[in-house]
Ligand binder design. Structure first.
Ligand code: GLU
Length: 454
């Protein structure tokens, strides 16, 4: 009987992967995200036939609602431009849809769905009552004036407003969407709805409903969870060589916290290239370039002429380091980069970006005993703090930096403990990918079963 069950359950996972590929042709990132979750939890699905009986995998891989819309706007020359907007409301089993907006020219349904799918399990891991969603546009804010960005955001919200709300769907930032964009989006939402509904968006300015620490949360949360792994190994960040890809919000604040804990951050990057400063990156310079003047990382050399620059971002993974924190974008670490990192002595990989490692890279890290903290656990601090922002909005209150920081630390420690204990329960000690996927999946799937056929 057991053998029979195992065989059919195995077929169930394979059938679903096939189904996702057929129903979402060409959307390779979405296929990859589904495969990553389902392949890793295969033994768990095998042990629980109720998931197949309730068609949980069919339902979980089909977004509840997908909105695609036209975003017309005028540029500074008065020309009419048209972009495509998206909001994927993936799963509301645990709460209202929650997840960021990405503005980047590579945005298409495959990226939107992978992010929304991942977000569903990530949000479950936070322990907060939030479902999963994601949105964005193929609009490229790079090189656009403030006025152009504002007009784009206003047009985007003119459609989006009807789909969101504090109890329905709560967008936030992601790549290309920061404080400036959230401000313009919130302003337009308020104007159209005639409501100061603070809880309808997160990542707001701190004087108008935002939470202290939300800006730092993704990066700090990442370092807090890596620190838990280090503690388990009887180690600390003190003197560790850390490589951090990217120089956006997640990367900058991961670097800040790692440096505060005694690490030496030797390299950072952007989509053009990477800077290597063996004495340790001067973060103030990076912040001035990236946040102050929206410049390129190569400008670091103007202030620090002794640093090295590589005009290929992926070369950042060729450096010797103890800890790698990929904080740039999806699939930035493929098998070749994974091999380089292992060869150069990496011990821990903490994923700050969403899906930064390919399936082959993950497997390579695992067989080489590198501790990999998957994105849905490692970068959950951002969305968890968004949920804290929503709590403050609901109470018309605001908490101190220390209060929010304490809660963030607790959330990250809980996530780590939960996924570690679960992995151990299934004799997959140290497989944090398995642990995170099972904990997230179980919460969402069980809630779906309780709520009937929806
Ligand atoms: N975009 C972030 C993420 O990937 C944050 C989402 C949010 O705060 O809603 O989790």
């Amino acid at each position: 009987m057991k053998e029979y069950l195992e065989r059919t359950q195995e077929e169930y996972v394979d059938r679903i992967i096939e189904r996702v590929i057929v129903k979402n042709p060409g959307e390779t990132e979405f296929h990859q995200a589904v495969r990553e979750v389902l392949e890793s939890i295969r033994p768990f699905i095998e042990a629980h036939p109720e998931y197949e009986e309730n068609a949980i995998l069919e339902r979980l891989t089909e977004p509840e609602r997908q909105v695609y819309f036209r975003v017309p706007w005028t540029d500074d020359k008065g020309r009419i431009r048209v972009n495509r907007g998206y909001r994927i409301e993936f799963n509301s089993a645990l709460g209202p849809y929650k997840g960021g907006l990405r503005f980047h020219p590579t945005v298409y349904p495959g990226i939107m769905k992978f992010l929304a799918f991942e977000q569903t399990f990530k949000n479950a891991l936070t322990g907060r009552p939030i479902g999963g969603g994601k949105g964005g546009s193929d609009f490229d804010p790079k090189g656009k004036s403030d006025a152009e960005v504002m007009r784009f955001c206003q047009s985007f919200m003119t459609e989006l407003y009807r789909h969101i709300g504090e109890k329905t769907d709560i967008p936030a930032g992601d790549i290309g969407v920061g404080a400036r964009e959230i401000g313009y989006l919130f302003g337009q939402y308020k104007r159209i709805t005639n409501k100061f509904e603070a809880g309808a968006l997160t990542g707001k300015g701190i004087n108008w409903g935002g939470s202290l620490l939300r800006t730092e949360a993704t990066g700090y949360g990442l370092v807090y969870i890596v620190n838990e792994v280090l503690k388990d190994q009887g180690e600390s960040f003190e003197g560790k060589k850390v490589v951090i890809s990217g120089s956006g919000n997640a990367a900058i604040y991961a670097a800040q916290k790692a440096i505060e804990l005694g690490a030496i951050v030797i390299a950072m990057s952007d989509s053009d290239g990477a800077v290597y400063d063996p004495q340790g990156i001067d973060l103030d310079t990076v912040i001035e370039i990236k946040e102050g003047r929206r410049g390129r990382i190569v400008e670091y050399l103007e202030v620090h002429p002794n640093a090295d620059y590589e005009n290929k971002s992926k070369n950042i993974w060729k450096l010797d380091c103890d800890i790698a924190l990929p904080c740039a974008t999806q699939n930035e670490i493929d098998i070749d980069e994974a091999k380089e990192l292992v060869k150069n002595g990496v011990k821990i990989v903490g994923e700050g970006a969403n899906m930064p490692s390919t399936l082959e890279a993950i497997e390579y890290f695992q067989i080489n005993n590198v501790v990999l903290i998957p994105a849905k656990a490692a970068n959950a601090g951002g969305v968890a703090t968004s949920a804290l922002e929503m709590s403050q909005n609901a109470m018309w209150d605001s908490w101190t930096f220390e209060e929010v920081d304490k809660k963030l630390k607790e959330i990250m420690t809980n996530i780590y403990q939960n996924i570690k204990i679960t992995a151990k329960e299934y004799n997959k000690e140290d497989d944090l990918v398995f642990g995170a996927n099972v904990v997230g999946f179980q919460k969402v799937a069980n809630a779906m079963i309780s709520q009937g056929l929806v």
